[in-house]
Design a binder for this molecule. Structure first.
Ligand SMILES: [Zn+2]
Length: 292
């Protein structure tokens, strides 16, 4: 007798993957404005995604074991005295391309912003090649629906599933130029590569002086951000680029769970500082989650 449950597990089963060869990216940090570089190296089965500081190999960030820091406008991870900012676009690309095991050696304290999207990471990883390993990949899903709600309109609800990731996202934009604010999609690799990965970081020109006063956005330029002023200061690459970037950022932040997430997510008006609660919940209450 074959139980339906076993059949569905069998359908979803896939193997872990790593890179075929190393690949490097270099540029500047969007917040620090300083040069930075990363090299992605193949890693063995069950290694996971690990960031390591090139200047001090004792400083390591094991993705799935570290809660991101409270921070505005970027996802920041910390190991000892090493703060690593703006990891979200890179980790989003890795999880959606199915790269489970990789060592990421970082020069500097920020992942390079490149063109402001995840597309250069996607292209670089595909060019380097992805190889299948022998071990089975496990996915993460909550045992019961989880609700994160700040009572001020920001919320994330994650419902368990046996396969797939669906995101229903509502953004709040202060300017109509940002475009549509609601999207519901099944996040397939294909959809991510075509629709989400090319979506660039965006911001409002009015906020730039405030951000720079706080040591942020020093590397922001029209080459790496959609800038919104009285009108758009550069052309959007695609319709609803701002909304798509918000979904890309959410996928990146959820990638910090360390295992690919399956489930149905409804998120409203969330940003990095809110999304980090999901990772904190997993690390603090692993018994409320299951690997499938
Ligand atoms: Zn982003």
């Amino acid at each position: 007798v074959v139980l339906p449950f076993l059949i569905s597990r069998e359908i979803m089963q896939s193997n872990q993957k790593t890179l075929k060869q190393r690949v490097s990216f270099s540029g500047i940090g969007v917040h620090s404005g300083l040069p930075s570089a990363v090299t992605l190296l193949p890693a063995p089965e069950d290694h996971g995604v690990i960031f390591i500081n090139k200047a001090n190999h004792k400083e390591k960030i094991i993705v799935g074991q570290v809660v991101p820091e409270a921070a505005m406008h970027a996802t920041v991870m910390r190991s000892g005295g090493w703060m690593l900012s703006t990891v979200e676009h890179l980790v989003a690309a890795l999880v959606v391309l199915g790269v489970d095991n990789v060592l990421i050696e970082v020069e500097g304290s920020e992942i390079p912003i490149l063109d402001g999207s995840a597309l250069p990471f996607v292209q670089g990883v595909i060019d380097a090649g992805i190889v299948e390993q022998d071990a089975i990949r496990h996915y993460l899903t909550p045992k019961l629906a989880l609700i994160f709600d700040d009572g001020k309109g920001r919320s994330i609800v994650i419902k368990p599933a046996r396969e797939g990731l669906v995101i229903d996202y509502s953004a709040e934009f202060s300017n109509d130029l940002a475009g549509k604010s609601i999207m519901k999609e099944a996040i397939t690799t294909d959809f991510f590569m075509k629709e989400l990965a090319p979506a660039r970081t965006f911001g409002h020109i009015d906020q730039l002086p405030f951000l720079r006063q706080h040591g942020l956005a020093k590397g922001t330029s029209l080459g790496n951000s959609v800038v919104i002023g009285q009108e758009l200061m550069n052309d959007m690459r695609m319709t609803d680029e701002c909304l798509k970037h918000k979904v890309l950022d959410l996928i990146g932040d959820l990638s910090l769970l360390g295992k690919p997430l399956i489930g149905s997510i409804k998120a409203q008006k969330t940003g990095h500082n809110f999304n980090r609660q999901v990772v904190a919940h997993y690390i603090e209450h692993p018994d409320q989650w299951e690997l499938v």
